[in-house]
Each structure stands twice: as C-alpha cells, then as structure tokens.
Design a protein around this ligand. Structure first.
Ligand code: NDP
Ligand code: HSE
Length: 439
C-alpha cells in the first residue's frame, strides 16, 4: 500500500477505526484512488491513522499509521473525520461520542450501535456542527439510506420492506432449491463461508432488526430502536414450510417490514418487524437469491421503488463508506453539513399483536364431515376472515391450507393456538405470515 508521506495542505485527515473485512478495503481504495477521490471531494482525503486491536497482525499497513489506541486517535488534532469499522456497541459508542464532541465528523457502518444510540450520536453531531453518515449500515453497497434521508425527503413514505440480511437469504434460498432442512443448510453455509462462525446475529434476526430500526427511523421521521422491532429468526423454518409454500407457488424469505399504519380513528403509528414470510414466487423479492439484498420502498408520490445489490462484503460495503467520506469532505469544503436527524413526526410504535398481518396455516386434519366447519369456526371466533382454503386428501387424513385476510397478529396467533387443540386436527404442519398479495 502507498503511504501518505506528509499531510497535504488543506487535506481532510481520516482516522480509520478497524481494518478488517470492510476497513481493509476502505484503506486500499483510499490509497489507490487518492487522486480520483481528491478530484471528486474537492480536497485531498488522507489517512491520518489506523486503529486496530492487534497492530502486529497487520504487516500490510504502514506502521507509522497504526495504533491500538483508538480512544486517543479519535480526538487527535491531526484528524478531521473518523471512519468507524470496528462494530459492536462498547467501546465504540464512547469513541464516536468523543470524536463528535471534538468536532470530528463520523462515518460508520455500525448498525448495532445506530439501532440503539443514534439519538445520542445525532445530538452530539448537532452540538458540534459535525456530520454523521452511515450508508453502509444497511444493505451494504446499495444506496438506500441517502434516498430515504434526501431524495425522498419531500415525499410521504408508507412502507419499506425487504431482504436486508444476506446470510439468512442464502440459507433460505438454498433450502428452497434443495429441499434440505435448516440445520444441514446452515452447516453447509458455514462450511462455504456464507455464514459467520457465530451466525446468531444473522439467523436469529438481530442484524435485520437493527437494520429495520434504522430504516423505520429514517422513513417515518421517528426514533425507532432495535428493541421496538418485533424479531423472529429463521431457525424454526422447516423444509415442510418451504414445501407448503412451493405447493402454493410461494417461497419463504426473512423480511424486514416497516410500515406506517393508520387505525380506524385516523391515528398513525409505525410498525417494524422482522420475521419469515411467504411471498408469491412472482413477487420481485422472491427472485432475490443467494447473499443479495433488495428493499422495496412505497411512497405516496413516488409510488413503488426497488433497491437491489450486494448487501455485504469488503469492497461493496467500502463503496458505501467512501461515498459517505466524499460527502463529508464536500461538506467541509463548502463549510456546510449533511442531513441531520429527522425525528419530528415522533409516531408511536405499534406492538406486534396489534399489527395487521395475514397468515398461511397448513394443517393435517381428520377427513370427515364437520372438520372444515370446526376449523372455520375457530377463525370466525377470533374475528379472522378467511381468504382461501385448499384441501387435498392424504389417506384417511386431509391436508388443509387456510390463508387469511388481514387481522391483528394477536388474533391470528390465538386462532392457531385454538386450532392446534382441536381433536380433529392431527398436526399444525406450518404457520407463516404472508406478504405481497392483495389483502
Ligand atoms: P472485522 O471483524 O473484519 O474487522 C474489525 C476490525 O476492528 C479489525 O481490524 C479489528 O482489529 C478492529 N478492532 C476490534 N476491536 C478493536 C479495538 N478494541 N480497538 C481497535 N480496533 C479494534 O469486521 P467487519 O469489517 O466485517 O465489520 C466492520 C463493521 O462494518 C461492523 O460494524 C459491521 O457490522 C459492518 N458491516 C460489515 C459488513 C461486512 O460485509 N463485513 C457489511 C456491512 C456492515 P484486528 O484486525 O487487529 O483484529
Ligand atoms: N451479516 C450481514 C449479512 C452482513 O449477512 O447480511 C451485512 O450487514
């Protein structure tokens, strides 16, 4: 890697925290494309220091730039911008607050931190007149947060729905095409390097929930944290679920769904959730395979928009980080700032139980008179309207598939609970929420 010999006059000086998968690519591109970046930013952009946990493990980096003391680096007089690519909440939160307080702008890809503490970070940025950019925190290379923060700032967004976790999308795509179960597919994904050694944050939906919190906050001008997001992972998705979906021309995806919900009295709230969903194979999100991400945005004036691309990986994520860095540099050149936090709407967050959803329920039932009536009665007792019923005979049993209209999620859950206790029901084979069809 070429090193920067001495600070250039007027250059924007960057402290890079973390030089792993993403940070390594940022360092490489910052150096290899220094001339291009300077031309685009209107000023040279240089590395002033790189903080890593184990400097001795980085012979590829210029030793004079390396340090293990991120805390000291972020407030150095030599630094204008801090690019944080370490991850996790502490000690990173403290470093970034200190950096902002010292007037440094911050670029980060840290969704876990932003999903919990963006309000504090924005407040610190405002107090110091600094920038806070985080395009890479959701959907890697895909320009998605800038469109929400800027391009759609004049519109009224009603829904953001998409695939924001590549690991789970890879696993579900593989289960769909092979017919294999969850555990063996996860093992295969780990062996091939698509899932991390500890895949918990991905498969249990924490990563997607953090991203949903960030998307909902930006889309609805409301502070939404990860703990406001209803979260279910993919560990309970079975080969039977995918089989049931296939029979009906559907597939299963882990979706982040952020919606503006208006109740009967016209009161608006925000719903944010992450869970497995059955969608028609004809839906654009169904065709998103492997580790790719795709996000659907609906807005009153713009209509439907779709964003698609690589949601992870060193170089793709570095692309988004460098875009932010150029934006910060441009702002500094003209003496302005990028967009601040926009949380003026402060809408309440609707609990999952009150969120309107639709269910697909696949049952194995006794094949005799009155069974369908009992099942239908359970739905009616909970105020849930049935949209479609499909029955096929399997020996002395029948396979019954019920797809509902929209109802509060809690009503659907209680219905399934009651049905599972009916004598005529042998087994609840699959229960999954449905999206992407008429309500
Ligand atoms: P890595 O684990 O590859 O790299 C982390 C880096 O942080 C390493 O260089 C590590 O040092 C350094 N580090 C860890 N602890 C400290 C510490 N206490 N002080 C100084 N440095 C430290 O992470 P990624 O590059 O994958 O991810 C970075 C961020 O980007 C995360 O927030 C992640 O969520 C986000 N992100 C990642 C994507 C991806 O595809 N990987 C996609 C989108 C976002 P050392 O090298 O010495 O161990
Ligand atoms: N673990 C994440 C994923 C990386 O699988 O999508 C990108 O945030």
């Amino acid at each position: 890697m070429n090193t920067v010999a001495a600070p250039q006059e007027g250059a924007i000086r960057v402290a890079l925290l973390g030089c792993g998968t993403v940070g390594g690519e940022v360092a490489r591109l910052l150096t290899e494309q220094a001339g291009e970046l300077a031309a685009r930013a209107g000023v040279p952009v240089e590395l002033a220091g790189i903080a890593v946990r184990r400097p001795d493990k980085h012979p590829e980096l210029p030793p004079e730039l390396l340090t293990a003391d991120a805390e000291k680096l972020v407030t150095s007089d030599e630094v204008d911008v801090v690019v944080e690519l370490v991850g996790g909440i502490e000690p990173v939160r403290g470093w970034l607050l200190a950096a902002l307080k010292a007037g440094k702008s911050v670029v980060t890809a840290n969704k876990a931190l932003l999903a919990e503490h963006s309000a504090d970070l924005f407040e610190a940025a405002d107090a110091a007149g600094a920038d806070l950019y985080f395009e890479a925190a959701v959907a890697g290379a895909i320009p998605l947060l800038r469109p929400l923060r800027e391009s759609l700032a004049g519109d009224r967004i009603t829904r953001v729905m998409g695939i924001v976790n590549g690991t789970t999308n890879y696993i579900l795509s593989a289960m769909d095409s092979s017919g294999a179960g969850y555990a063996e597919t996860l093992d295969e994904a780990s062996r091939l390097g698509y899932a991390e050694a500890d895949p918990t944050a991905d498969v249990d939906g924490y990563d997607a929930a953090s991203k949903a919190a960030i998307l909902a906050s930006l889309a609805f001008h409301t502070r939404v944290t990860a703990s406001d997001v209803h979260r279910e992972g993919i560990a309970d998705v079975t080969a039977a679920d995918l089989g049931a979906a296939r029979i009906l021309g559907r597939t299963v995806k882990l979706l982040a769904i952020c919606e503006r919900v208006t109740d009967d009295d016209g009161v608006e709230s925000v719903s944010a959730r992450v869970h497995p969903v059955m969608i028609p194979r004809s839906h654009q999100l169904a065709g998103v395979g492997g580790a790719f991400n795709a996000v659907y945005v609906e807005a009153d004036a713009a209509g439907e928009l779709m964003f698609y691309g690589q949601g992870a990986g060193g170089a793709p994520t570095a692309s988004a980080v460098l875009g932010d860095l150029v934006a910060v540099a441009r702002n500094r050149v003209v003496g302005g700032r990028g967009p601040r936090e926009s949380a003026h709407a402060a809408l309440p967050v609707r609990p999952m139980g009150q969120t309107p959803t639709r269910y697909h329920v696949s049952l194995s039932v006794a094949d005799r008179a009155g069974v369908l009536a009992q099942v239908a009665q359970a739905f009616a007792d909970h105020g849930v309207s049935i949209a479609a019923v499909r029955q096929s005979d399997v020996g002395d049993r029948a396979s019954l598939v019920v797809v509902t209209h929209q109802a509060p999620d809690a009503a659907l859950e209680s219905t399934v609970d009651e049905i599972s206790r009916l004598d005529v029901v042998h087994e609840v084979v699959s229960v999954m929420r449905v999206e992407g069809e008429d309500q």
